[in-house]
Write a protein of this length. Structure first.
Ligand code: NDP
Length: 310
């Protein structure tokens, strides 16, 4: 049995641990140890990503990830693999309550009624009764929606609140929302977002957005923690990793955790799945954290949510 409460972080533990609580990060000793969301929900500190995992590979990949030790799976309606992800979860034989499953509402389904229907569809595709976390995938932006963008975000969030109250979704949050998207949403929200899933990796730390979330009790998750792989080529990361006997990928995962950011590494290869969570036997020094914090322009999409047209 997993002990969700072991090593659970307290709500005030939202500052960079490597500077303000030396050694605190070592309370995490496995990827099943948990951050605690603002509503008290325990969330395993590393999630397994499934973006671009084709449906015909996702079933096996998810089962293998769960066998490797992951208990937190990140998917989305737009990935087109939710049925396979659900099958992989069932194949693992793990009890539902030991798993943390996240999905996201795609951009075409915004609005109150469409959101409720889209969530039902996602639950059906995954073959589960509830989601542990549901996220609005991208903020409706002014570029596409003009003055209606804010209303659309607010209506969508109202449906998220409804889903949360109904128990079909245990926690609710956002993805790709920057502070200037969160502030107006918070003015009309009855329930504050518990998570913001942002592109965060060495070279694209999104420091001000991360700080804003941490100051407001919003857990940040890092999508693309390897910058879709590009970042792993960086020689600085490789040389820092070599000092600890760890790979660049392990350095990326560890760097996120030491910023209290929850990384979502993706790999369809078993050896990489395992090594990407084998990050609890070393700690990056403050100096190395600062060097990594200073990297810029080393990969990833660095997408601007106000500029995207999807
Ligand atoms: P990642 O940054 O996790 O990089 C994945 C790439 O790195 C794959 O090509 C993978 O290849 C490779 N890789 C993984 N581990 C290693 C390793 N140890 N050594 C060498 N190469 C490695 O990219 P993603 O874009 O997939 O992001 C992670 C997750 O974040 C997604 O899967 C998804 O769940 C989420 N996400 C959310 C978004 C959002 O808008 N909210 C947007 C994008 C992603 P291989 O599989 O062949 O091992």
């Amino acid at each position: 049995m997993l002990d969700w409460n072991r090593h659970t972080r307290t709500a005030d533990a939202v500052r960079p641990m490597h500077t303000e609580q030396p050694g605190g990060i070592m309370r995490f000793s496995s990827c099943t140890d948990t951050f605690t969301l603002a509503n008290g929900t325990a969330i395993p500190c590393i999630g397994y990503g499934t973006f671009e995992t084709p449906a015909d590979e996702a079933r096996v990949a998810v089962r293998e990830a769960l066998e490797a030790g992951y208990r937190h799976i990140d998917t989305a309606a737009v990935y087109g693999n939710q049925e396979a992800v659900g099958a992989g979860i069932r194949d693992s034989g793990l009890p539902r309550e030991q798993l943390f499953v996240t999905s996201k509402l795609w951009n075409t389904e915004r609005g109150y009624d469409k959101t409720l229907k889209a969530c039902d569809k996602t639950l059906n595709e995954l073959g589960i009764e509830y989601l542990d976390l549901y996220l609005i995938h991208w903020p409706a932006n002014r570029k596409q929606f003009g003055d209606r963008a804010q209303e659309l975000k607010a209506e969508t969030w109202r449906a998220f609140e409804e889903l949360y109250k109904s128990g079909r979704v245990k926690a609710i949050g956002l993805s790709n929302f920057l502070p200037h998207h969160i502030e107006p949403l918070a003015r009309t929200a009855a329930i504050m977002p518990m998570v913001d899933q942002l592109e965060v990796h060495p070279g694209w730390p999104q420091t001000s957005a991360v700080r804003y979330c941490q100051d407001h009790g919003i857990q940040v998750e890092a999508w693309g923690p390897f910058g879709h792989k590009d970042v792993l080529e960086n020689p600085t990361l490789a040389s820092i990793g070599a000092k600890y006997g760890e790979s660049s990928a392990q350095v990326c995962v560890r760097w996120a955790l030491q910023h209290d950011v929850l990384p979502l590494p993706k790999s369809v290869h078993e050896d990489r799945m395992k090594s990407n969570i084998d990050v609890f036997d070393f700690e990056l020094s403050d100096d190395d954290m600062r060097v990594i914090d200073g990297l810029r322009g080393i990969g990833g999409s660095c997408a601007d949510p106000d500029a995207v047209d999807f």
